[in-house]
Each structure stands twice: as structure tokens, then as C-alpha cells.
Design a protein. Structure first.
Length: 286
């Protein structure tokens, strides 16, 4: 897996494919595919259907008299693979180079599994059950490998994870001084720190808005982005967050940004984490 992460030979193909995926005229459907409505990526949810049906078909193939049921499950899995793959491609196109290398192999392995299962279904329909079962078990083996690659993407490489989740546990309760009001030119994002946690500060007229600076999607610096219509756009992958409360207006981010309350005391700006959990403070886990 580590060698695959550093396989730069895959980069030209990854750039080509990701560019094509990002150029697809999906409109608002893109946020749906990212899982914006769900609060986390939709891809892991959708892949459960083909994996579950194909595993169930393999169990039935080991039992007598279950040919039709196993064939039906394989057909359902093939049909469910398309939306699962589409959500995966859309998420993959917004990842970093190392994630794209692993994800590209992940997609090829799973795509080959779909081809094997399609052949399995055709063989079963033609009455060649032995060949159908063999192709099915071969497909399941590749699905297992693809799942291992997907697990590496999710848990080792944090693809789809909320990169701002740790902020509430790192910021102490109470108000924190972040500078004079005059330090913040209206309409421009500025980077400051609260308990060493970077935040983005935007002053609009009489209001000061403060969000965690690291984008929840991939950790991009919102302070390097653009401010427009009460929102800040991440410079890395164009996720848009509402300054008033951190809500993720557009993806690929599926989680909102931690937001801070702000006040002006004696021409100084003070902030505190909004709605902290009772008793929550910055702690180092044992």
C-alpha cells in the first residue's frame, strides 16, 4: 500500500481521468453524489449493496438448489455497482495525488470484478452454472481486494474524513483575543490562531465572522480563499462555507466548519468556540 501511494507513474492517467470527471456537467447533482445531503460521503453507503449481494450469492452458490436466487443477487449487485462507482469517481477527483493513486487502482480492481460478475451472470443464464460460479468467486476475490484498498483510502489516507473534527477538543472554553478590529480589512479573509488552532477571520461591516481555517474536506486553508455573498470558498477544491455559521453550502465538503462567536471589546476582537459541549476543553487523551 505504501509503495502504491508513491507510484508516481500513475499520475498522468490520474490527472487525465480526474480532469474529465471534474468537467462533467453535473450541476447540483454533484453535491448529491458527494453526499452533501447525508453529512458524509455517499459512496461507502452505496457500495454495501453490491458487496452484500455478491457475498450472499457466494453463500448460496455453496448450497444446493439456489441457482436462481444467486443469479438474481448477482444481477442486483451489477445494477447497484453503477451509482456506487459514480459517487466514488466524483469523490476521487477531489482528492490529493497519493489518494488518487490508490483510488485509481481501487477503481480498476472493482471494475474488473464487475466484468467478472457480468460474465458470471451471462454464463448462468446460458446454463453453464459451473463457469458462472467460478467467475463469481473470482469476482468476489477482487471485491475483497478492492475493499482493502478502499479501507486504506478511508482510514489510512483519510479520504472523505472530516478534517476539522478535532477543533472542538483543541480549543479551550472562554474568550480569546485575536487582534485589533483595524487588523482586519473588511471583506478579506485573514488567518489567526486560537490556542494554536488556525482560524479564518472575515469582517463584514459591523460583524466579524470566524471559522476554523482548515477545510473539513481536505484541510485546505480557507484564509487563502475568496469571500463572496456571505460565504468563503476554499482555494483547493472550491467547497463553500457560510460565514455566519460555517454551514457547507456547496461540496465537495460534506461536513460544516466549526464556527466561533465573535465580539469587539475595547477595539479588540475576541472569539470563543460556538456551542461547545458541556465540560469540553482542550485535552490531550491519555
Amino acid at each position: 500500500m505504501d509503495r502504491l501511494e508513491h507510484a508516481t507513474v500513475l499520475d498522468p492517467l490520474a490527472r487525465l481521468v480526474s480532469g474529465r470527471v471534474r468537467a462533467l456537467p453535473l450541476g447540483s447533482l454533484r453535491d448529491v453524489l458527494h453526499g452533501h445531503w447525508l453529512g458524509h460521503p455517499a459512496h461507502p453507503v452505496l457500495v454495501e449493496v453490491p458487496i452484500g449481494t455478491w457475498l450472499s450469492a457466494a453463500v448460496l452458490d455453496c448450497l444446493p438448489g439456489q441457482h436462481r436466487a444467486a443469479s438474481a443477487l448477482i444481477g442486483v449487485g451489477i445494477g447497484a455497482a453503477a451509482p456506487a462507482a459514480l459517487t466514488g469517481w466524483v469523490d476521487w477527483a477531489e482528492q490529493g495525488p497519493r489518494q488518487k493513486r490508490v483510488g485509481l487502482v481501487h477503481a480498476v480492481v472493482n471494475g474488473t470484478a464487475v466484468v467478472l460478475y457480468s460474465g458470471s451472470l451471462v454464463a448462468r443464464i446460458r446454463g453453464r452454472s459451473g463457469l458462472g460460479k467460478s467467475l463469481g468467486f473470482a469476482g468476489l476475490s477482487l471485491v475483497g481486494l478492492g475493499s482493502a484498498l478502499g479501507g486504506h483510502l478511508a482510514y489510512r489516507q483519510a479520504s472523505g474524513a472530516n478534517h476539522a473534527e478535532s477543533v472542538p477538543s483543541l480549543v479551550r472554553a472562554g474568550w480569546h483575543d485575536i487582534g485589533a478590529v483595524t487588523d482586519f480589512e473588511a471583506g478579506r479573509p485573514f488567518r489567526r490562531h486560537v490556542d494554536e488552532v488556525p482560524v479564518v477571520v472575515v469582517r463584514e461591516a459591523d460583524d466579524v465572522h470566524v471559522l476554523a481555517d482548515a477545510c473539513s474536506h481536505r484541510g485546505g486553508p480557507l484564509s487563502g480563499g475568496t469571500v463572496r455573498d456571505g460565504c468563503v470558498r476554499c482555494p483547493w477544491h472550491d467547497s463553500v462555507f457560510r460565514l455566519a455559521d460555517g454551514w457547507n453550502v456547496h461540496g465537495p465538503a460534506t461536513a460544516p466548519q466549526p464556527a466561533f462567536d465573535a465580539r469587539v471589546v475595547g477595539a479588540r476582537v475576541e472569539v470563543r468556540l460556538r456551542d461547545p459541549e458541556p465540560g469540553l476543553s482542550a485535552e490531550v487523551p491519555e
